[in-house]
Write a protein that binds this ligand. Structure first.
Ligand code: DUC
Ligand code: ZN
Ligand code: ZN
Length: 467
C-alpha cells in the first residue's frame, strides 16, 4: 500500500529555483511538483497533508563532514551515531557523510567495517562514509579501488598530526595518483604539521599553555603553505582535490588562484570559521578550550574572505566538521597544555540555521544557502540527485523551514550530547519546523518522531561536481 504525503502552499527553494509549489511524495520519494492552486495540485490526494503556507520547503541538509564517536587525543567525540544524527535531524540535516578511520598498520577494510558496525541500526537519518587514510602503502592503495566500487568514494589525508594521521608528500602523491585512476576524491587536511609541532614544543617550553596558543602556533601561513602544496601535488597527479575546513584568507587565495587556472580544486569551510574567531579562543578561565579545533579559528578579519569565497564559488561547501568533546572531563584534559585539548567542536545541529542567518544578514542568497548546504555537498560526494534537491525521483528528504521564527541557541535546548554550545545565546531568525527523511516524519512541528535505525547506509557514486 502506498504512502503519500502532500506538502502544500510553501515556497520551494532549491539551488536553482524558488517556486510556490506543492510537493507530492510517495513511498519515500518525491513524485511530483505542481503550482500551488493549480488544477493538477488540487486533484492530488494523500495520506497526510502538511500545510507549509508562509514557510520554505527545502531539501534536507547534507553535512559532508562529521565525526560521530571519533577516537581522538585519548578520548572519543561525545556524540554517538544515535545522538549525533538525532541532533542533525533537529537542525534540518537529513544526510551525513562521516569519516571511517584506518589506523596505522591496519587495513582500510578493518577500519571501515568498524564504522559500519558503529553506525548500523543507530542512525536517525541516512549516512555515508569517507575513509581516512592514515597508512598509505601498497595494500591500502589497492584497497582504495575496492572501496570506490563499494560506494566509499572519497579519502581524507592529513598533512598535520605527525605520528598519528600524517602522510608525507610521497604518500600523498601516491594516494592522489591512485584516486586519479579510480575516480576517488582526495580530501585534504591542509596544515603543515611538521612545522606546527616545532612551534607547539617551543610554545609549551616558554610556558605558553593556554588555549589561545593553539591558534597562534597553527599559523595562517602554515595552512596556506599546505594548501598550496596539496594543490601542486594534485596537479602532478592529475587528480581533483577537496580541501576540508578552510579557515584562512590566504588559503582561500590559494584555492582561488588554482580555480582561476581551471583546476579541479574545491574548498569547504565551516560555520565556526564564519561566525567565531580567535577572540573566542582567548576567553579566560580555560573557556577558550571550547573553541579548540583544527584548522583553528582565525582573527575575525578572515571571515569576509570566507563569505566572499562562498559567494564567488571559490568555496563550494559548508560542512560542520562536527566533532564534539564535553568541556567537563574532555576539553579539561588540556588544562596546562593546550596541545592536549581534544580538537573539535559541536555543530551538526546548527548549520542550516546559521546559514539561514547568513541569508538574513545579506551574506548569501537563499538559493546559495541551499546550494552550499544541500546540493553541492550531494554532488561533490556522489549523492545527487537522490539527495540535495527537491525534484521528482529524489528521496523525500524535505524540511519545512519557518523563516520568521526566532530562536536562541543554547546548550540548555540543543540536542547534541555535549555540555556546552559554541553559540551560547546567539539569536537566529529562522527555525526548522518539520523534517521528512525518505518520506518518514522525523521532526513534526518541533517534536522528535524519528527513531534509531530509520537512517540507512547510503553508498555514493564518484564526485559529480567535476563536469
Ligand atoms: N580535522 C578534522 O577534520 N576533524 C577533527 C580534527 C581534525 O584535525
Ligand atoms: Zn582535519
Ligand atoms: Zn573533521
Amino acid at each position: 500500500m502506498s504512502n503519500r504525503t502532500l506538502v502544500r502552499g510553501g515556497l520551494v527553494i532549491t539551488a536553482a529555483d524558488e517556486v510556490h509549489a506543492d510537493v507530492l511524495t510517495e513511498d519515500g520519494r518525491i513524485v511530483a511538483l505542481a503550482s500551488n492552486g493549480s488544477d493538477i495540485a488540487a486533484g492530488w490526494t494523500a495520506d497526510r497533508v502538511i500545510d507549509a503556507t508562509g514557510k520554505y520547503v527545502i531539501p534536507g541538509g547534507v553535512d559532508g563532514h562529521t565525526h560521530m564517536e571519533m577516537p581522538f587525543g585519548g578520548t572519543f567525540a561525545a556524540d554517538t551515531f544515535e545522538t549525533g544524527t538525532r541532533a542533525a535531524a533537529w537542525g534540518g540535516t537529513t544526510t551525513i557523510v562521516d569519516f571511517a578511520i584506518q589506523s596505522p598498520g591496519q587495513a582500510l577494510r578493518e577500519g571501515l567495517d568498524a564504522w559500519y558496525a558503529k553506525a548500523d541500526g543507530n542512525c536517525a537519518i541516512d549516512y555515508g562514509f569517507h575513509m581516512i587514510l592514515a597508512d598509505v602503502n601498497e595494500h591500502s592503495l589497492q584497497e582504495m579501488d575496492l572501496l570506490v566500487q563499494e560506494g566509499i568514494t572519497s579519502f581524507k589525508l592529513f598533512m598535520a598530526y605527525p605520528g598519528v594521521f600524517y602522510s608525507d608528500d610521497g604518500k600523498i602523491l601516491r594516494a592522489m595518483q591512485r584516486a586519479s585512476h579510480n575516480g576517488g576524491l582526495i580530501m585534504m587536511h591542509a596544515e603543515n604539521g611538521i612545522a606546527i609541532d616545532v612551534l607547539v614544543e617551543q610554545a609549551l617550553a616558554a610556558g605558553r599553555t593556554d588555549p589561545r596558543y593553539h591558534g597562534e602556533v597553527r599559523k595562517v601561513l602554515l595552512e596556506a603553505e599546505a594548501t598550496h602544496r596539496a594543490i601542486q601535488l594534485a596537479r602532478v597527479a592529475d587528480a581533483p582535490l577537496y580541501v576540508v575546513h578552510v579557515s584562512a584568507e590566504e588559503a582561500v587565495a590559494e584555492l582561488a588562484a588554482a580555480r582561476d587556472k581551471g583546476l579541479p580544486v574545491f574548498g569547504e569551510t565551516c560555520p565556526q570559521y564564519l561566525f567565531l574567531s580567535t577572540d573566542n579562543l582567548a576567553e579566560p578561565d580555560f573557556e577558550g578550550a571550547k573553541y579548540v579545533c583544527s584548522t583553528p579559528l582565525r582573527p575575525r578579519e578572515h571571515q569576509a574572505a570566507l563569505w566572499r569565497g562562498l559567494r564567488t564559488n571559490d568555496l563550494q561547501v559548508v560542512s560542520t566538521d562536527h566533532c564534539p568533546f564535553c568541556f567537563t572531563g574532555q576539553k579539561e584534559m588540556g588544562r596546562g597544555d593546550f596541545s592536549k585539548i581534544p580538537n573539535g567542536l559541536p555543530g551538526v545541529e546548527h548549520r542550516m540555521d546559521l546559514l539561514h542567518q547568513a541569508v538574513v544578514d545579506g551574506h548569501i542568497s537563499r538559493r546559495r544557502w541551499i546550494e552550499i548546504a544541500c546540493a553541492t555537498p550531494a554532488r561533490m560526494f556522489g549523492l545527487y540527485p537522490k539527495k540535495g534537491t527537491i525534484a521528482p525521483g529524489a528521496d523525500a528528504d524535505i524540511v519545512i523551514y519557518d523563516p520568521k521564527a526566532e530562536q536562541t541557541l543554547s546548550a540548555q535546548t540543543h540536542h547534541m550530547d555535549v555540555d556546552y554550545s559554541v553559540y551560547e545565546g546567539k539569536r537566529i531568525t529562522g527555525q526548522v519546523e518539520t523534517v521528512l527523511s525518505r518520506g518518514e516524519t522525523v521532526i513534526d512541528g518541533r517534536k522528535y518522531t524519528g527513531r534509531p535505525g530509520h537512517g540507512i547506509y547510503t553508498p555514493r557514486a564518484t564526485c559529480q561536481y567535476l563536469t
